[in-house]
Design a protein around this ligand. Structure first.
Ligand SMILES: Nc1ncnc2c1ncn2[C@@H]1O[C@H](COP(=O)(O)OP(=O)(O)OP(=O)(O)O)[C@@H](O)[C@H]1O
Ligand SMILES: [Mg+2]
Length: 397
């Protein structure tokens, strides 16, 4: 356009509808290339050293087993390395559990009859703070370390579902909304649970219907007792499947709506993800103040929201960025032990997962630069082990 051209006004709807359509087509094409609609997710095999750390034993111990032809038979790979798939990791764990170690520290870490289901809500209303990435990796980690884990995608955008190979636009899966809706189309939560490529990890995928809960709840609150107890919708459903799981992880949407509140009411602990930047912290402080006043009202109404623990996880951290380092310093001085000791560092190994739909646990070490992989994995394991310890502490272990 030259300087002399007159700017002609246009109708906004035409323009944005066209842009929306074009961008959506482009993304669809990209997605079909990287992850075709009929693609089935598989899972890599894990090298001995990794398997040993997931099981909580030594590589030497596992080596003794396969040399004596006990337990599942590993695959022999490059340089005589032994590899096990995720099902075999479970078999190994069961085998070791029967043959060794005391009852107080079993290899199979499932909750016992007196231990309660751990329900973790991953929250923050700041978009992009790393909720979905955290929820996905934590769920996969806990499943590989032997916990019967359920991931619930509470974000209508369905990012957690997409990471696990579900495609809300194509699959027509139910979501948790089908279990918490107020009308007579409600179904049991069990019907919405799906398998993933991790044997011990199930997921309740999301779709756009979830958004309905935000509209239906204020109406139901005026007309029914169920509506007035909207905050108990998820908790009540989880009670019905409690015996089948050890840990539930809920990936909340980036807003403080009814879904997030119902999720927090069902939760036994909260993980708040925070990217250490000024705007993110300002947004988080607002989130905390709003959440605090809502839950205070709930308590005044006789329904206190009680937690076993609450932690802040610093995400996408770049320690060489001086302002970020300062923000982390502030957070640690104010929130002290409530900040997890290990922050999650920024890594291309993780950001690539969005496109290729592969988490760090799914990625083979050879797929990217070894040092990038190792650094990201080391950091991820530290974060997830810290959270796992909190879960076990809640069980009194
Ligand atoms: N440690 C990390 N290193 C690099 N990129 C990361 C890291 N953690 C998250 N990301 C990327 O940042 C983006 C936002 O992360 P994510 O989707 O987990 O945030 P979110 O809080 O769930 O977002 P939303 O609020 O939209 O649901 C994603 O593209 C993700 O791949
Ligand atoms: Mg998300």
């Amino acid at each position: 356009m030259s300087m002399l051209d007159k700017i002609e006004p246009f109708t906004l709807d035409d323009k944005i509808l066209q842009h929306g359509e074009e961008i959506s087509q482009m993304l669809d094409q990209l997605r079909r290339q990287t992850f075709p609609p009929d693609a089935q997710k598989t899972l890599r095999k894990f090298p001995l050293k990794e398997v040993a750390s997931f099981i909580g034993t030594t590589p030497e111990n596992l080596k003794r087993l396969y040399l004596n032809e006990k337990g599942p038979v590993p695959e022999i790979g490059r340089r005589d390395q032994r590899y096990y798939d995720a099902e075999q990791i479970e078999e190994l764990r069961e085998y070791l559990n029967e043959t060794g170690r005391s009852a107080s520290k079993p290899y199979v870490p499932r909750k016992r009859s007196h231990e309660k289901l751990q329900v973790i809500a991953v929250v923050n209303f700041k978009g992009g703070s790393g909720k979905t990435t955290t929820a996905a990796h934590l769920g996969q980690h806990l499943s590989l370390t032997g916990h019967r884990t359920l991931g619930i995608d509470l974000d209508p955008q369905g990012s957690l579902s997409a990471l696990h190979g579900f495609q809300p636009e194509l699959d027509n899966n139910p979501s948790i909304y089908d279990a918490i809706r107020y009308d007579n189309e409600r179904q049991d939560i069990a019907t919405a649970i799906r398998d993933t490529n991790f044997p011990m990890l199930k997921i309740i995928p999301a779709n756009l219907d979830l958004q309905e809960f935000e509209y239906a709840t204020p109406l139901a609150m005026q007309t029914s007792a169920e509506g007035k107890r909207f905050f108990a919708r998820i908790a009540d459903q989880l009670e019905t499947i409690e015996e089948h799981f050890d840990v539930v992880i809920m990936d909340c949407p980036p807003q403080l709506g009814y879904l997030t509140l119902a999720s927090l009411s069902a939760a036994t602990s909260v993980l708040i993800t925070v990217h250490p930047q000024m705007l993110d912290l300002m947004s988080m402080s607002q989130f905390l103040l709003m959440l605090g006043s809502i839950t205070r009202n709930l308590r005044d109404a006789g329904v206190p929201v009680q937690m076993d623990w609450m932690r802040y996880l610093i995400t996408r951290y770049e320690p060489t960025d001086v302002p970020q380092r300062r923000m982390v310093g502030f957070l640690e001085s104010i929130l002290a032990e409530e900040v997890l000791n290990s922050p999650m560092l920024k890594s291309t190994a993780i950001s690539d997962a969005g496109l290729t739909k592969r988490s760090l646990y799914e990625l083979e070490r050879g797929a990217i630069k070894g040092s990038v992989y190792d650094r990201a994995m080391e950091c991820m394991l530290k974060v997830n082990n810290e959270i796992q310890d909190l879960i076990h502490k809640t069980w009194g272990r």
